[in-house]
Write a protein that binds this ligand. Sequence first.
Ligand code: AMP
Ligand code: ZN
Length: 474
Amino acid sequence: MTSNQPSICFFNTLTRKKEVFIPLVPSKVKIYTCGPTVYDYAHIGNFRAFLFEDLLKRWLVYQGFKVTHVMNLTDIDDKTIKGSQKQGIALAQFTDFYIKAFFEDIKVLNIQPADVYPKATDHIPEMVQLIKTLIAKCIAYKGEDGSIYFSVCKFPDYGKLSHIKVSELKAGARVCQDEYCKEEAQDFALWKAWTLEDGDVFWETELGKGRPGWHIECSAMSSKYLGETFDIHCGGVDNMFPHHENEIAQSEGATGKKFVNYWMHNEHLQVEGKKMSKRFGNFYTLRDLLAKGYDPIAIRYLLMSTHYRQQFNFTFEGLEAAKAAVERLRNFVRRLHEVEGTTSTGKVATLMAKLEAGFGGSMDDDLNIGIALSSLFDFVREINSMLDANIVSKDEAAEVGGLMMRLDEVLGVIGKLEVEEALPSDIDALVQKREEARKAKNWKEADTIRAQLKAMGIVLEDTAQGVRWHKEKA
Ligand code: AMP
Ligand code: ZN
């Protein structure tokens, strides 16, 4: 680490410890994150994972790192094949639909795109090559069913990520499905020989007619785009076993080198104490919530504002609170634009320095977003009361606005706000009318006019300085 690199700590699942982050190449970070299985719309639990990864990336960029991010698209597995067969369409046509939906969703959530989104089906030759290497090293073998399996007992480090006890492995037992649980740990399929159930989904390769298992794609594609050893690998905790354990076995078995330096896993988004999952039917897609009228940025805020290693329950009350928090930040920034005063106490600079230290220190500590956000809201409260007292100068307000925008490079929730411009005369007349009703303490009429304006997309806010307005965000 060079002296000008910040000291960031991450909890490394591999060691179960918080460690200082030291990239392989100073100032550069290579990240691989397991992407969506494109057999349906992603649910907001999946987006919790993608938003944690977005926050990680944004923080590293904020701290001056050049980040290269690869996210795979799993467009071939048991579920995508089943889904395409059910609809009676070709696999690619089926998965392309959900890939497009995924890209639409991440844009709406203001998730910064990865540098590469490799599809598994575009990398069959790379996977075949990797499996051939494992066969040549006698770590993989062909079963009687024609499929090729990874021989877990030939890889002494098996279990180092998930801490599964290899002694619990059933000798010679094999599993062909992509997903299985710890209790079933056994030799897993790298290449699956074609069966009737696969229909027209197969590749004729040197390994025979068939298709890849799920795990091999991430080993093959990460090394293609990031090298045999890279810095950070992320995914949800459910991916730790068997998926990531198997990725390590495949990659390190083939190269003899360390696959990944830092493994980072996000905890689950839950519903009433149970993982949000397609399997349990307890999920919301982003689209479900948008259809109920929620602002996607409130959803973004909700999903990223709990520390990534903490479980939390999705609730509509939580979503309302997230919406209010985002509005609070946006209103604060709007208010800063209106400051015209010249009085300054010098306290603003001190508060700004305190915020930068508090926010930065917390984020450097394994992305402790909860503490970072409470520093931010303390700051907003303190500056707001100084604004009420008219002791913030226009220049200071501009400085504060600049800091808010810099921090929003990390949070991605404020965005570009339109500052108040001249209102069309009919709307202006309504705002004036409501002011008069308020002065006359005619609350009923004031509320009716507020609702009328809201229907026209104008949101009012009553402040100590009088009424302020802004256009409602779509
Ligand atoms: P999948 O599309 O199932 O391959 O999952 C994509 C990502 O979402 C993976 O990193 C999963 O670990 C993660 N994930 C799945 N369900 C949840 C959940 N309820 N909460 C947080 N992350 C999840
Ligand atoms: Zn993966």
